[in-house]
Design a protein. Sequence first.
Length: 187
Amino acid sequence: MKSRSKQSRGVEKKAGILDAAIDLMFLHGLPGVTHRQVAARANVPVGSVGYYFHSRDELVVQAIATVAQRRSDYARKLREIIPGDTPLLIELLLETCAPEAATLLAGWVKIGMDCARESEEFRKAWSQVLKEALADVRAVLTQAGRTNVSADVVFLMINGAAVAAILRNEDPHPAATRALTCYLDVL
């Protein structure tokens, strides 16, 4: 059996470090993304994190870019589903904004808040994620034939309901679902 090339192992190690950083972002927010924590999560020496990502900022920006790409790819797949009823449309809208919304919606919101607090570079990177998510929400509404529904309002309702639920120490997914149900039922 041939052993993997050194280059292949390096690519896998870098991907593992990046995945560990993303996991930590969703679990603990940006403060949880330290070289030491990422190394422990990825099961690599701390020096490996610094070898592949020269600074924490570089690691976080790359993690945000990876999250953005994964969200975009997932949203593209969701557009193949044509929602026939309001509950399915609501779930598609939530998943378009935040994949795995049932379990990760709070993480999506908290990461955005951390990015805004921590640095202009992070804020700009996350702002791009939100801009792309809003465009995907528009596409889902158009495909569902719901052109009378404002994508901007849907997006704000999801995020606003999620923030309010987090502040009340509640699960944001049902709160966002209720908010969208009320809005879509009115239209």
